[in-house]
Structures are given as structure tokens and as C-alpha cells.
Design a protein around this ligand. Structure first.
Ligand SMILES: N[C@@H](CCC(=O)N[C@@H](CS)C(=O)NCC(=O)O)C(=O)O
Length: 312
């Protein structure tokens, strides 16, 4: 099978979810460090417009969104499994809650002018300004609320005792004695708070939660080898996407397989990816597109959390 390449940057919590999964599975992988802000020409050459982090590449197959990326890694390397207790509502609910609620309260607490150096060691006032503007632009018109810091702290303090109670009776992971996908979803949303000096003190009354974050962090990141984005584009161009024998069409309404469509997130960063619809199941959308530098690619999106519509 083709090599597995992660496009990411160190400060990204969603990328940390995937790096920790590499650690859990003991995988070797190729690492492309991408810009944290737009423009990202080499990322967009692969995805067709999607700009969020991380992106996974297996040859000429490109996977967008950490939820689908985790499942692609599970298929690539099934053991140890991310689903020791099955693929249940509890697993989806914990992950969605962590990413929809905790993430948006943890990030503003952790990423402050005082802590930014931990996440971005080369930070300059100019970069901070660019970063702020980039994120404001990315969230424009989006559905995600970023409230004031007192609200962020109160929300975390509301949920932390509930998180702590998951680890009762010495249980090391959220659903039991084995780690599952929900652990990685919860881990990466707490990780910025846990890493930020001073901010971590909010976890002091919740020692089991603090120890849980540390436990996952200690899994490491597997064995990354750095490559540059030009090499990743060359890998894409010289690979063939995995065959889709027969496209599946679920709930397509007036759309048809083979039609030109576009896919974009429903929550923020509304950059449409245009291409030919190859497959649409209840789990995944696959789009075929060709890029002058990356060749013909299959770009994969999760079905949930993404809009699929006729190309405009
Ligand atoms: N639902 C997406 C969310 C990804 C996301 O929002 N990632 C942040 C970084 S942690 C991002 O894309 N920030 C803007 C950027 O990196 O350009 C996923 O699960 O991958």
C-alpha cells in the first residue's frame, strides 16, 4: 500500500488527535509541515480548496477532516483497533461533544498572547496579527460561537467534573480499560489547555483528567519522517487513486454519480471543493478532481458535517 502522509503543523489540536493515533498504532508516516494560515497552495493543490488541518494523503487519495482520517488510518492499520467497544453512539457522542463544545472553549483559554510561544515558537507580533485575521476570515458566516473568556472558563469548569467522573474506579480511558476513538477526540480538545503554562492549573482539581491527557500524550506520535510538500505532490502525481469498483449513491435527491458537484463544511471555512461525484454513502463522499501539479486525485470527505451540492 502507498505510504501514509500527514499534512499538518505542530500547534494544531486536530492534527494532534491524528499524531496521537499514529502513536497508539505504532505507525511510521511521512510528515509535511504546512502553513498555519492561508495561503496554502500545496494543500489546496491536493484538496481542491479545503484548507482545514489536518489532511491525510495515501498516494493519490486525499482524506479531509480528522473524523474520516481516523477511520482511514483504522482501515490502513487495523490493530490495535480504535473501536474496541464497537462503533457506537457513545463514541460518536463523546467525540462530537468534545469537538463542538470543548474545543471552542479550550482553544481561546489556551491560545493567548502569553502562551502563543509554546504553540508557535517563532511567533512575532506580525504573525499574531495575521493569525487573528486569518481565523476571523475563516469563521466568517460560520455557526461556531466563540464567546468571551469568562464564558469559556465557566463552560470548561461545568464539564470538567463530568469528564473526571468518566475515569472513576481507576478506569484509564473514557469508555473502559482500552483506548478508543473517543479518547483521541477528548484528548486533543484538552491538549492545548494541558500544554499552556498557567492555563493547565484549571485541571488541578481534576487529577484523573490531567493524568488521562498525559497518558495519551505519552503514546507519542509513532515514527514520522519529514518530507516537503513538493515531494508529497510528486507522490500524488505518480500514484493512482484506489479503485472504487462501483460508486454508491445514498440520499442523493436530484444529484447523480458522475455529475460535477461541490463539497464544503457546514460549520466554518466554506471553501468548496469541486469535482466529479464518484461515491456518496451514509459515511463518506468521494470526489474525483485533477490538478496540474498533483494529477488525478480522489478527495474523501465525511458525509456528516459536509454539504454536497451541484457545482455552481
Ligand atoms: N472538523 C475538522 C476541523 C479541523 C479544524 O478546524 N482544524 C483547525 C486547526 S486545529 C484549522 O483547520 N484551522 C485553520 C487552519 O489550519 O488553516 C476536523 O475534524 O479535521
Amino acid at each position: 500500500m502507498a505510504e501514509i502522509v500527514l499534512h499538518h503543523y505542530p500547534a494544531s489540536p486536530y492534527a494532534e488527535k491524528i499524531r496521537a493515533i499514529f502513536g497508539f498504532k505504532g505507525l511510521a508516516w511521512k510528515s509535511v509541515t504546512i502553513p498555519a494560515v492561508m495561503p496554502k497552495p500545496d494543500v489546496v493543490a491536493l484538496t481542491g480548496g479545503y484548507r482545514r488541518t489536518p489532511v491525510l494523503q495515501i498516494g493519490a487519495d486525499i482524506y479531509c477532516d480528522s473524523g474520516l482520517i481516523a477511520r482511514a488510518i483504522e482501515d490502513y492499520a487495523p490493530s490495535p483497533t480504535l473501536f474496541p467497544y464497537g462503533d457506537t453512539l457513545a463514541l460518536s457522542a463523546i467525540t462530537s461533544f468534545a469537538e463542538a463544545v470543548l474545543f471552542n472553549n479550550a482553544v481561546p483559554l489556551a491560545f493567548t498572547p502569553h502562551t502563543l510561544k509554546v504553540f508557535f515558537p517563532d511567533v512575532t507580533p506580525e504573525f499574531m496579527d495575521t493569525f487573528r485575521k486569518d481565523r476571523a476570515e475563516m469563521r466568517k458566516g460560520g455557526t461556531v460561537r466563540r464567546g468571551p473568556i469568562n464564558e469559556n472558563r465557566a463552560t470548561m469548569l461545568h464539564f470538567l467534573p463530568k469528564i473526571e467522573s468518566q475515569f472513576k474506579d481507576g478506569r484509564p480511558f473514557v469508555l473502559g480499560s482500552s483506548a478508543c476513538l473517543a479518547d483521541f477526540g477528548l484528548y486533543h480538545t484538552l491538549w492545548p489547555v494541558w500544554r499552556a503554562p498557567g492555563v493547565r492549573a484549571i485541571l488541578n482539581p481534576f487529577p484523573k483528567t490531567d493524568a488521562f491527557v498525559e497518558r495519551i500524550a505519552k503514546l507519542g506520535h509513532g515514527a514520522p519522517t519529514a518530507i516537503d510538500s513538493a515531494k508529497a505532490l510528486e507522490i500524488a502525481k505518480t500514484s493512482k487513486p484506489a479503485t472504487i469498483d462501483r460508486g454508491i449513491a445514498t440520499e442523493l435527491e436530484d444529484l447523480k454519480l458522475g455529475e460535477m458537484i461541490e463539497v464544503l463544511p457546514v460549520d466554518y471555512a466554506y471553501d468548496p471543493v469541486k469535482g466529479e461525484l464518484l461515491s456518496a454513502t451514509a459515511d463518506e463522499i468521494v470526489v474525483r478532481r485533477t490538478d496540474p501539479r498533483a494529477g488525478t486525485l480522489h478527495v474523501h470527505f465525511p458525509r456528516v458535517g459536509y454539504e454536497l451540492r451541484k457545482a455552481s
